[in-house]
Design a protein around this ligand. Structure first.
Ligand code: MIC
Ligand code: SF4
Length: 696
């Protein structure tokens, strides 16, 4: 295997050479696209592969760090075919810090060559789908719902910000080759059943851990019955299954969608080979899907709407990257038009993009909804992460969103349900949870609105700034914008107090909550760190600081949810050197490596025996075990009993860990001439290929 690394002009980024596409028979669509982009590894499930990234996206709350890291890498300009910076999460700009972040992002996009979508133009996934998502291309985004354009045949993955910076510099993205699961769709959705119910059914069957290490590839005759927006609702929420990505083949409907967006020339016909082999198959008969709802406070807590019926509803919100499109709001609009929202229920529509708002306004639907008692928000993530429309205490909120993690709405002990726009609108009319089929029996003239796309998505494009015409003169940083922290190498000894023992399914919203009060510090790590794990234990950050670090212990699926690398960066800043968990969520585990924290897997018995406050010492020599490829580590608890813990890491991840994180390692490699030459120690022999030098 010939290894080639091509170094461009000074600071011009990493230039990849492609592997030859292998002549393998019977590939899934995932394998076809990955094979086309493969620069390292083999397409063997569980093996680490490196792929070339065509497009990247980033958003306001992860983007500031992405650009600060890009600046630290000292690369002159973006190397991917396309990069796009969106401002979508905190668009109300409650604090000058948010506005400063947005101005910095605009200046960085212009300086380095990315499209800039202005605050209020919409949620990254919606605006990307409308303007840039392209079948057959790879997309990496610093947001966990990046897989959304899988609904139009793009292979898209969510990752931590540092992975985005490196990909923008031209480096490959490394990920464990997922197992590809075939989701065979049969039949057609019946009246009142929607794409949201399809993905809720998947969550009901598989749980929030059911997709870890997997790609869900949809196939079968049911596919052509679903429009592109319906497909993207499904791929968007594949993230809640823990999946690496979700993917649909492309067809006439994909072509028509792209044509309506004025991008027909980007259509490519894609499908799995007929003799493709899948790791597993799930059969879903669309005609059997009924209206479903996820009860508080996990997206997999799914029951038929009829089982939850009768619960009083105080608030209803239609929006988010899952169901905030024109096609999602229109059914709700048709249902409430000429009717009145229940007087003790508030209904808010938060469009996913300005394109959606503009079309609905031009067609008169906004006025119809307003007349019915609906409030309108700008196109933003907002309420999805507790920014605005925080539910009242002891109240029920029904949302068309994808996540209902406890406290995410902005109030602890919240009661947030997830459902389709149809179920949401039905609840707003009746003031309680009701299956829309039953409401249709009660209200004369209430008919299933179905799915309707506009003739043309002819919204304005005034809110996207082309990098060819930047509007700022260099980077503009306000006083709250710090710098990208660069970690120190892990030593040989790790020991400390178990500062927190946590349960299963701890989300990144627990580790570094979003909400407006905290989000404004995303580019100021010192300040942000004060909020670390505050949702689990308010005293944590202070205790960690006093103890000068320590160890975290958790159950299954630690770090599920968001891609926010701050959930690793802040613990590292507090001196946390190891997390012992029964299992880790994919993006978060990669972020722990990227920020030099040792993720060790422990079994149930060990988890149960450890108590908060216990002193844990990793008695294995950490540095040499990482470097020698050893996976078994021994921990000693309270100097009393021992247990084994496992480091499940690729060679590349071990190297990142040993170096003190990915930013330090990448900088060293890139600045040492980009030759990929490993540092001059004995270990270098082991790493002959280097991080960016391995191309087949
Ligand atoms: C989320 O839905 O949790 C977010 C906010 O979009 C995050 C990104 C972030 O934390 O900034 C995500 O999904 O990755
Ligand atoms: Fe925004 Fe919510 Fe989607 Fe995250 S899940 S991108 S916060 S709308």
């Amino acid at each position: 295997m010939l290894i080639v690394y091509i170094l461009g002009d000074s600071n011009a980024g990493f230039i990849l050479t492609h592997s030859q596409s292998r002549n393998v028979m019977g590939q899934t669509l995932t394998e076809q696209i990955l094979d086309d982009h493969l620069v390292e590894g083999e397409l063997e499930p569980g093996e680490e592969i490196g792929i070339e990234i065509d497009q990247v996206l980033t958003q306001d709350t992860t983007g500031t760090m992405v650009w600060l890291q890009f600046e630290a890498l000292d690369v002159d300009e973006v190397q991917t075919e396309l990069a796009a910076q969106y401002c979508d999460h905190q668009t109300y700009q409650f604090d000058f810090k948010n506005t400063d972040d947005h101005r910095f992002l605009r200046s960085a996009a212009g300086t380095y060559g990315a499209y800039f979508s202005r605050p209020g133009n919409g949620i990254c996934h919606n605006v990307h789908k409308e303007n840039f998502a392209a079948p057959g291309k790879t997309l990496l985004g610093s947001d966990s719902h990046t897989p959304t354009p899988g609904g139009l045949g793009q292979f898209a993955i969510g990752a931590g910000g540092l992975d985005i910076s490196v990909a923008m510099g031209g480096g490959p993205y490394f990920v464990e080759m997922p197992e590809v699961v075939n989701v065979h769709l049969e039949g057609e959705l019946s009246e009142w059943a929607t794409a949201k119910d399809v993905i809720l059914e998947m969550l009901r069957r598989l749980s929030v851990k059911g997709g870890v290490g997997k790609v869900f590839e949809y196939s079968g005759p049911g596919v052509e019955t679903l429009s592109v927006p319906e497909r993207t609702t499904i791929t968007n929420m594949g993230t809640e299954l823990g999946a690496t990505s979700s993917l649909f083949p492309t067809d006439e409907r994909t072509k028509r969608y792209l044509a309506k967006q004025g991008r027909e020339d980007e259509f490519v016909e894609l499908s799995a080979d007929e003799d493709a082999e899948y790791a597993d198959e799930i059969v879903l008969d669309l005609s059997e899907i009924e209206p479903l709802i996820a009860k508080p406070s996990m997206p997999d807590n799914v029951v038929p709407v009829r089982e939850a019926a009768g619960e009083t509803v105080d608030q209803v919100i239609v929006g988010s990257c899952t169901n905030g499109g024109y096609e999602d709001i229109l059914p709700a609009a048709k249902m409430v038009a000429d009717r009145e929202i229940n007087l003790t229920t508030e209904m808010i529509v938060a469009p996913g993009s300005k394109q959606a708002s503009e079309l609905l306004a031009r067609q008169g639907w906004t006025a119809e909804m307003m007349a019915a008692g609906v409030n309108f928000s700008e196109a933003t993530c907002g309420a999805c992460i507790g920014i605005g429309h925080v539910p009242a205490s002891d109240s029920v909120s029904l949302r068309t969103f994808n996540r209902n993690f406890e406290g995410r709405s902005g109030i602890e002990d919240d009661s947030v349900y997830l459902c389709s726009p149809e179920v949401a609108a039905a609840a707003a009319l009746k003031g309680e949870i009701v299956d829309p089929r039953d409401l249709a029996d009660e209200l004369s003239g209430l008919e299933s609105p179905g799915m309707e796309l506009p003739d043309q998505y002819d919204g304005s494009k005034t809110d996207i700034i082309d990098p060819a015409n930047p509007v700022d003169d260099g980077l503009v940083k306000g006083p709250n914008i710090g710098s990208a922290p660069i970690g120190d190498p892990l030593g040989s000894d790790i020991a400390g107090e178990t500062l927190l023992k946590m349960k299963d399914n701890i989300t990144t919203d627990h580790i570094i909550p979003a909400t407006s009060e905290i989000l404004k510090f995303r580019s100021n790590i010192e300040k942000l760190t004060e909020f670390t794990l505050s949702r689990v234990d308010e005293t944590f950050a202070e205790r960690a600081q006093r103890a000068d670090g320590g160890i975290l212990v958790a159950g299954e699926n630690y770090g599920q949810g968001s891609s926010r690398e701050h959930a690793a960066m802040c613990p590292q800043y507090l001196g946390i050197e190891a997390v012992l968990a029964q299992s880790f969520a994919r993006i978060h585990k990669a972020n722990l490596f990227n920020f030099g924290i040792l993720p060790l897997a422990i079994d149930t018995e060990t988890y149960e025996r450890i108590n908060q406050g216990d002193k844990i010492e990793v008695i294995t020599d950490v540095d040499s075990a990482i470097k020698s490829g050893q996976s078994e580590f021994v921990i000693q608890v309270n100097g009393d009993w021992e247990a084994s813990a496992e480091l499940n890491a690729s060679e590349r991840e071990r190297r990142i860990l040993a170096a003190g994180g990915k930013l330090r390692l990448t900088k060293e490699q890139y600045q040492s001439g980009g030759s990929g030459a490993a540092p001059a120690d004995d270990w270098s022999v082991f790493w002959t290929s280097g991080l960016f030098s391995t191309h087949r």
